[in-house]
Design a protein around this ligand. Structure first.
Ligand code: DAT
Length: 179
């Protein structure tokens, strides 16, 4: 791998990743409001612009086409100031991001949140195991430099608010250093 080049953007790009149900979308929206970033909900983008290779019945999900997603997002990411929300992180170009937030939650939280979202039992189980096995955190550590990864606990509203404050503070500092 070639090292990421120094970004020319004046506002950072942030990736918020984690197992489904850890609070990515809620956190990303709050960060966007607090710090003036734009949200990219990759799951919605994939559906809206058909960046997939069809629907997978058993797993109740779309077959991700990573190349299509990266091509579609390249231009949006170029100017900085984007807050990206997705449950995997290893296929994005490393150079896109100035901060990678991995949200973590207790398995009971993940279970309850996905159950109230109406997920099927097999999909809930799969995601609970994903959180127990720290799949996304490992993936982030393999894909990004450790000094841009922030692993944050998101079990309560208080924790979520503290996380948003921490991320907004990062944005403000980045912007003051890249004027
Ligand atoms: P994700 O985008 O990771 O799937 P979400 O933001 O949609 O997660 O959150 C799922 C549900 O859980 C939603 O109803 C909001 C709630 N939630 C998320 N983070 C929370 C937190 N830290 N404390 C309390 N509730 C939270």
């Amino acid at each position: 791998d070639t090292p990421p080049t120094s970004p020319a953007r004046s506002s950072p790009n942030i990736l918020i990743t984690g197992t489904p149900g850890t609070g990515k979308t809620t956190t990303a929206e709050m960060v966007a409001l607090a710090a003036g970033l734009e949200v990219v909900t990759v799951g919605d983008l994939i559906k809206q612009r058909s960046l997939h290779d069809g629907y997978h019945e058993e797993f109740d999900t779309y077959w991700l086409n990573e190349d299509k997603v990266v091509d579609e997002m390249e231009e949006m990411m170029a100017g900085g100031g984007m807050c990206v929300d997705y449950h995997t992180c290893e296929f994005f170009p490393e150079r896109w991001f100035d901060l990678v937030v991995v949200l973590r939650a207790d398995t009971t939280q993940v279970y309850d949140r996905l159950e109230s979202r109406g997920y099927k039992q097999n999909k809930i189980q799969e995601n609970v195991e994903c959180e127990i096995m720290q799949v996304v955190a490992d993936e982030a550590r393999e894909s990004y430099s450790s000094d841009i990864i922030m692993e944050l606990s998101s079990n309560t509203v208080d924790e979520m608010e503290a996380n948003v404050e921490k991320i907004a503070a990062f944005v403000a500092e980045f912007q003051s250093l890249h004027k």
